[in-house]
Design a protein around this ligand. Sequence first.
Ligand SMILES: [Zn+2]
Length: 395
Amino acid sequence: MEHKVIARCRSLAGCTEEPGFTTRTFLSPPMHEVHQRLRAWMEQAGMSVRIDSAGNLLAAYPAAQPGAAPLFLGSHLDTVPHAGAFDGILGVVLGLALVEKLAGRRLKFSIEVVGFSEEEGVRFGVPFIGSRAFIGEEVADARVSDAIRAFGLDPASIADAQAADNALGYLEFHIEQGPILERLGLPLGIAESIAGQSRLAVTFQGRQNHAGTTPMSLRRDALAAAAQWICAVEREAGATAGLVATVGRLEVEPGATNVIPGAARATLDVRHADDAVRRVAVERFLRSARQLAQWRGLSVSSEPLLDQPAVAMDAAFVAALEQAVTGSHYPLHRMTSGAGHDAMVVARRMPAALLFLRSPGGISHHPDENVLPEDVAAALTVGMHFLEQMEARLG
Ligand SMILES: [Zn+2]
């Protein structure tokens, strides 16, 4: 079964906007082909498939009794440009494989495998369009509506994408997209929370001047200050467990070889599982910027761009996953997800949990992204145990 899962993911990677690469953004034409291929496999497994007005694919596997609450399994179907074959789609294909493993056996709950239309935010710079529609949040935006219409769906009925009120919850399978599980030699990890995120713009204002005539002692070089600050951020973040901080973008004015930089505008991205730790760290980074600026005779200003709290996964679902992992005789590892996932959005509406599969080489968002057959087998075994836990819970 694990080889079938991997082969399916690899074959779906061929549905792309760009020959030779896997690039599949929100409701772009190749998404039709992904839907068609998934639909064929899903119907063969006895599921009924629909595409909602947000472009999410939903495949229902009925319960023993009609009207039973659904458990959602899945992830997203869109990709970043030049993606690998597993980010997102693996969670959908694994959900289908679990239904296939049931081989017609009916449970006390129905299973709905969900493939969200949009998670990455590539096409419009707005992430989580699929899962936000799924939890009933407003995603209306003229461009999004146009894309929905162009795909042959009706943006006016987007409310039909909302999940049923009696949903049991959502379990997402996803590749880790980082090096931790591989470093620990573990196939699987249970995300207990998704890290909170701060994003800021920090601008150092110095004095633009002639690179040839201004002595070193009389300069107010904005870029030199920014460079010193970036190294301080790196050093300070490294001294706090679980904290990551990144300056990912730097704009220099005027940006000429023979001109001392007058302004340097940097972005700062700070993440931690504990919101208090994250906010204290941001304050510390800003204090460092002010101290450095003062010492160099510059000014510095900052502008908050995002303050997104950490999201805890559902305690009961995490406990059920833990039992499923230990019951399957795999080593248990709880972790924080440094990246955002659909589970983070869905958690606002229903119990949600997230199971990571090891990422070989820690590589993701890259054509070399991979997954090991034995880890897929582990996820299938744990997934089946999880379904048994849910069955037992419903008495
Ligand atoms: Zn993903």
